[in-house]
Design a protein around this ligand. Structure first.
Ligand code: FMN
Length: 369
């Protein structure tokens, strides 16, 4: 197993599979015994991955029925590694022959060819396909279930697509109620429809758009995180950057904090209903690499899909000649809608790992009689 295929110390996640190989799967090691868990729990999360409007996502329509191979018995996690997978049934052989020698600008084809000496499975981007994120979602489903037992909720939603941006303040209730009613996963439903048009416009021009996904984690206890080098924000950022197409991560006020004065940026303390809180949350719920007790608020910038049908410059590596490429195959004109549950899963996996590392989540949740 290559070291780079796993993440987490106590809730350790290893993903395997390629876009056009037989399957994509995940092994979750360290999930405490006694977590109520079933195939249905995983399937429910997997089904949220595919937005309801086929025109705004890739034409590849995998059914993605989750198979549980190990680690769940009689409706509970056993404490053994949980291995789950989905089979690739819609892979089209030959669909990606073009990119064997002509790397797509913006995709991983060229560095992967050099890094793996020409042996990597390039079909559909292989290991670098967005398809591998089904593994993130399966692991995230387990993590979210686990965190839920401890009152922690994690949810993500789209706040920007192309140049369309959510400006109005949304309540937690609105976000939770509306996100999955929107084809683009934007809780401002009206704006979501404008975002859909933005995606379709780019698609009709043989192009693509990017956007921003925001993720919130509620009720994370104070003091979670392992400074200095396993700080909570650093660990979340690392996993978010492991999501293909993520090019920027910020917490709370993020890059805007750089323009503020200390007096504007500091989150003043107060007591509300006997609890220490901060009046604002510019820190995004993390101070000194530890959770502050306020909601964790993190945003991931998603680049526009690199595989576009517009003509672009590339090189033919077999002939060492400059050439032109129009990327064929089935691609998402915007990655954001599918990335929403992936981002949510990535944050949940890191939080589950750190809750276990802090000893807040025990190794066994339900003792045998
Ligand atoms: C859910 C999801 C779906 C994606 N779909 C596509 C796609 O259809 N076409 C494409 O070129 N890239 C897609 N990507 C992005 C590529 O996998 C990614 O850009 C590539 O691996 C290069 O990595 P980088 O962008 O992080 O540098 C997708 C990413 C995610 C998270």
């Amino acid at each position: 197993m290559l070291a780079g295929d796993s993440i987490g110390k106590e809730f350790a996640v290893t993903c395997f599979g390629e876009s056009h190989g037989r399957c994509v799967g995940v092994v979750v090691d360290g999930c405490p015994a006694g977590l109520p868990l079933s195939q249905r729990d995983l399937q429910k999360e997997m089904d949220r991955r595919i937005p309801p409007k086929p025109e705004i996502v890739s034409a590849r329509r995998e059914k993605d029925i989750v198979e549980v191979l190990s680690g769940i018995f009689k409706g509970f996690s056993t404490g053994a590694p949980i291995c789950t997978l989905v089979w690739n049934k819609e892979a089209v052989p030959g669909e990606y022959d073009q990119i064997e020698d002509v790397p797509r600008p913006g995709h991983a084809d060229y560095p992967a060819r050099i890094r793996y000496g020409g042996f990597s499975d390039y079909r559909g981007g292989g290991r670098f396909s967005g398809r591998i994120t089904v593994a993130f979602v399966m692991a995230g489903a387990i993590a979210r279930k686990l965190l839920g037992l401890f009152g922690i909720e994690v949810f993500a939603y789209a706040i920007e697509i192309g140049k369309i941006k959510v400006e109005k303040k949304l309540t937690i209730e609105e976000i939770q109620r509306n996100t999955y009613k929107s084809a683009v996963r934007c809780p401002d439903l009206e704006l979501g429809r404008t975002m859909e048009k933005e995606i379709l416009k780019a698609k009709s021009e043989g192009d693509s758009v990017g956007g921003v996904v925001e993720c919130v984690a509620l009720k994370v206890p104070v003091g979670i995180g392992e400074p200095i080098f396993d700080s909570l924000d650093a660990e979340i950022a690392k996993m978010l950057f492991d999501v293909p197409a993520v090019k920027g991560v910020e917490f709370g006020a993020g890059f805007k904090a750089a323009q503020l004065r200390g007096s504007e940026n500091n989150d003043a303390y107060a007591i509300r209903e006997g609890e220490i809180v901060t009046i604002t949350n510019n820190a995004g719920g993390v101070l000194g690499g530890m959770s502050s007790g306020m909601p964790i608020v993190v945003r991931a910038a998603i680049k526009p899909t690199s595989s576009i049908s517009k003509e672009q410059k590339s090189v033919d590596l077999s002939k060492m000649e400059e050439t032109l490429i129009r990327v064929g195959g089935r691609h998402d004109p915007c990655i954001v809608p599918k990335a929403v549950p992936v981002i949510e899963s990535a944050v949940a996996v890191v939080l589950a790992d750190h809750m276990l590392r802090a000893g807040v989540i025990p190794k066994v949740l339900r003792k045998e009689k």
